[in-house]
Write a protein that binds this ligand. Structure first.
Ligand code: HEM
Length: 397
């Protein structure tokens, strides 16, 4: 039996074994490295959508058979990404108005200001520079402080904290302590905003939470979830996406000639470089047939989003970076990088806006941007949770 995760051989492509599985055993049993348990691995696009769109598959960590991860700890209250309806729906509903198009549009000037300052600072201090340190990490961290309404005087504390949480070299005890600290900080902030509301997400959640039957503890959990879900993902999508673009000079030239292609380019880079590398986890709450396979109650499933996004049945020449796939936004095929079904990413519009602004500011300001080291010296993250780069040495001019 194969074990999972399967290591990559090429940094910008998922393991080639996925394609063999898609052809011969698209839904197959694998042994998880983390605890030796067995789960179903789902690699085809259609099967992936079938699992993610089926309420009989649970996202609840406590459901028997839920697939393990090395750092699996029961999530705290409010962590609705790991909940099923009705609790999932109650919390997701509270947050829905915060991530619609209108709200994200309103955040754009702030995102542009933050990205502009970061790229100017990078240009002033370089070349060379580490793009992760200069832009990919601080941008989402500062956008989240803006969104939540963290007071200016606390922003340095907040950025340091998010950095520690996202840093895999930090000792587990230190990370736990920092998380605990952050929780207390957010508890105080939520209570303060309930007494004295401002124009920010935490105040609005505070104002609506009683009517929505959500506790203050859950609001704190929701805020923590937003930080975790909206930080490492974006940072790595900027990092590894930039590598993919720099490694495709024709595509970069296309963007320079047709800046209006940027939204399609963002979509294609998100498909091509699927950063949720482990996949989406579920457990069957009853016997379910998917793609001709019977998955029994209590069995775990890992849906490999990176494999589905390169499925040859759905995407022509899937390893090619081709902005034309998303050129006609009306008739396009949806990629699965943001998931599918009731748990589909709530921050996807915000993620797209950050990527769009980061790349347009970066390539406008530094048109000669290129890698400062050969591709095989870029430190890619291979811990198989969120894929990306630890650092990205770049140069220009
Ligand atoms: C490129 C960046 C991002 C990627 C690739 C990404 C990917 C995903 C995926 C795959 C899921 C579904 C997980 C599952 O079904 O088990 C998800 C859920 C979620 N994401 Fe994102 N995400 C990104 C950015 C963000 C941002 C910026 C935020 C908010 C600030 C965010 C908030 C959430 C939340 C709250 C959920 C849980 C939704 C639910 O369970 O109903 N994400 N994301």
């Amino acid at each position: 039996m194969d074990s999972y995760p399967i290591p990559r051989t090429c940094p910008l492509d998922p393991p080639s074994e996925y394609r063999e599985l898609q052809a011969g055993r698209p839904i197959t049993r694998v042994r998880l490295d983390f605890d030796g348990s067995e789960v179903w691995l789902v690699t085809r696009y259609e099967d992936a959508r079938a699992v993610l769109g089926d309420a009989r598959f649970s996202s609840d960590f406590a459901t028997p058979g839920f697939p393990a991860r090395l750092t699996s700890q029961p999530p705290g209250p409010g962590t609705f990404i790991r909940m099923d309806p009705p609790d999932h729906s109650r919390l997701r509903r509270l947050l829905l108005p915060e991530f619609n198009r209108r709200r994200v549009e309103a955040l754009r000037p702030a995102i542009r200001r933050i990205a502009g300052t970061l790229v100017e600072d990078m240009a002033a201090q370089g070349p060379p520079a580490d793009l992760v340190e200069a832009l990919a990490l601080p941008l989402p961290s500062q956008v989240i402080t803006e969104l939540l309404g963290v007071p200016y005087e606390d922003r340095d504390y907040f950025h340091e904290t998010t950095k520690v949480i996202g840093d895999r070299n930090v000792e587990p005890e230190q990370r736990m302590k920092v998380r605990q600290d952050l929780r207390h900080y957010l508890e105080r902030l939520v209570a303060e905003r309930e007494r004295q509301p401002a124009d920010d997400l935490l105040s609005r959640l505070g104002a609506h939470r009683e009517a929505a039957k959500v506790t203050r503890e859950e609001v704190v959990g929701v805020a923590t979830l937003l930080m975790v879900a909206g930080y490492e993902t974006i940072a790595n999508q900027i990092g590894v996406g930039t590598v993919a673009l720099l490694e495709s000079p024709d595509r970069l030239a296309e963007l320079r000639e047709r800046p209006e292609a940027l939204p399609a380019a963002i979509e294609e880079v998100i498909r091509h470089q699927t950063v949720i590398d482990y996949g989406a986890r579920r457990a069957a709450t009853t016997d379910v047939e998917v793609g001709g396979r019977l998955i029994r109650q209590g069995e775990g499933v890992v849906v490999v989003l990176a494999a589905a996004n390169r499925d040859e049945e759905v995407w022509a020449d899937p390893d090619r970076l081709d902005f034309g796939r998303f050129g006609d936004l009306a008739g396009r095929q949806e990629h699965l990088s943001f998931g599918f079904g009731i748990h589909q990413c709530m921050g996807q519009l915000l993620a797209r806006a950050q990527l769009e602004i980061a790349w347009s500011v970066l390539f406008d300001r530094l048109p000669g941007l290129r890698l400062a080291v050969p591709l095989d010296e870029v430190p890619f993250r291979s811990d198989m949770f969120v894929y990306g780069v630890h650092a990205l040495p770049v140069t220009w001019g």
